[in-house]
Structures are given as C-alpha cells and as structure tokens.
Design a protein around this ligand. Sequence first.
Ligand SMILES: NC(=O)c1ccc[n+]([C@@H]2O[C@H](COP(=O)([O-])OP(=O)(O)OC[C@H]3O[C@@H](n4cnc5c(N)ncnc54)[C@H](OP(=O)(O)O)[C@@H]3O)[C@@H](O)[C@H]2O)c1
Length: 255
Amino acid sequence: MDKRFAGKVAVVTGGSRGIGAAVATRLAAEGAAVAIGYRGNHDAADALVARLTGDGGRAIALQADVADPDQTGHLVDETVRAFGRLDVLASFAGIEHFGPLETLTPGDFDRVFTVNTRGQLFAVQHAARHMGTGGRIVLTSSVSATRAIFHHTLYAASKAAVESMVLNLSAELGRQGITINAIAPGGTATDMAAEHGEAYRHPGLELPLEKWLRTQIALERLADPAEIASAVAFLASDDAAYMTGRTLPVDGGFF
Ligand SMILES: NC(=O)c1ccc[n+]([C@@H]2O[C@H](COP(=O)([O-])OP(=O)(O)OC[C@H]3O[C@@H](n4cnc5c(N)ncnc54)[C@H](OP(=O)(O)O)[C@@H]3O)[C@@H](O)[C@H]2O)c1
C-alpha cells in the first residue's frame, strides 16, 4: 500500500469502532501515526491500538467525549504531545437518533446536536490551532442530510449543518493552507447500522430490509467501513490538495 501519510500524524474521533476504526486502520497502513479518540469503549480502542502497533504502526488511544470541547482540546493537545505535530483531523464520533415529531424534546435536540454538530465544530477549532499548510480536516455528514426519511429530522439536520460548516470554514482555513471537507456515507455495516438500520424503512413498508436495500441502493448492499475509509484517506491526502469546502457522498448510489 502507498505510504501517503508517512511522517504525518492524524487524530481520529470515534476511532474505536465502525467507520472511525476503519479510517484509523487505513491511515496507519499508509504510514500515519494515529491517535484514536473514543467515548467509553476502552477495550475496543485498546484492541485497535494493539493491532495497529502489532502491524508496525504508531498508535495511541485517548478517551475524550466530543460533547465537551475541553476534552476534545485535551485529545488534540495530547496527540501533539505524543507525536510532535498534527496533520489530519478525521472526525467520526457521532450518534444516531430516530423519533417522530410529537415525541421530540429539547433534550433530544441538544444531545444530538451537541455530539454530531457542536462536537465536530470544536474539534476543528482545536485541531486547526496545531495545523499549518497542508493540514487536512475531514468531518462526517451522512446521506441522511439530503434525503427525506421518516422520524429522522434531528439526526439529518445535525449532519446537514456539518455540510454548511465545512463550506463556510473552508474560507477561513484556506488562508492557513488547510483544507476541510466532509464525507457523506450511505448505509455502512457498523454497530450503528445494526442497531438502527430497520428504522430507515418507511413506517408501514413490509419489505424485508434486504429487499428494501435493493430498491434504494444501486449497488444493492451496505458499505464495508473500509470502503468509506478509502475515500476519507483520499480527502486527507495530498491527492485532494485542491478540494475544500465540499461534501463527498460515498453511498453506493443511494436513490
Ligand atoms: N453507519 C452508517 O450507516 C453511517 C452512515 C452515515 C453516517 N454515519 C456517521 O459516521 C460516523 C461513524 O458511524 P459508525 O456507524 O461507525 O458509528 P458506531 O459504530 O456507533 O461508532 C461510533 C463511534 O463514535 C464514538 N462516539 C460516540 N459518541 C461519542 C462522543 N460523545 N464522544 C466521543 N466519541 C463518541 C464511539 O466511541 P465508543 O466506542 O467509546 O462508544 C465509536 O467510536 C458517525 O458520525 C455517523 O453518524 C454512519
């Protein structure tokens, strides 16, 4: 595999599981030293670090709840203390939410936006302090941001805001030579999809999930997290040097 990130340092929030873990794995395989941020799952984070270091890579795990910007600041500062620099922020910490309008509470709104939107904004703020020309930031949106799905308003809106954030921040960060983009994955086979996948079917639709996927996705299957990670690695690399402020859908052709 190419070593596009040799000598570079990446911090991956939500790196303990799912897409974030696949991103950490891909960046490490291409030569990056990787700090894996996680919320509470020490075992998964430690197992990933053991795997990456066992393969000859450099990796550490750092607990940080992105709902608290001070913890995110600590995550970034500790990454720089451990590895001496910061080149890439890959922001994958996120939570799912489904709920019909009449059940939504201000607490639901705050919880979802605090992690999915505010959490990503302050990760950018802290990471940008340490980055110079060539810095790369990749945030996470979702195919849901641009689709109408029953009961998905809070999650979808929290991700749509991220697409606007990368567009607007690209102007400021461009002056520092930093690019910022988002990735919008489609359904991807992770714990999150296993827990919430069924909720994506419109209420009353009796189709089994497998058949429903075939009517909605050109490639007729969920993504493997590694397939999202390869697109993230592109955005985080010098191959994407002239791309900023954009959201890249990687959704297998979601209609
Ligand atoms: N899977 C999909 O189909 C899909 C589609 C589109 C977009 N996405 C987005 O892609 C990202 C990753 O999704 P996934 O499916 O890989 O999720 P996942 O399997 O549920 O993993 C979530 C990851 O985020 C971390 N996390 C959650 N809340 C956190 C917090 N407050 N602070 C720090 N870390 C936190 C978790 O840490 P712990 O292990 O410590 O709990 C874990 O590493 C999310 O932003 C999600 O919205 C997913």
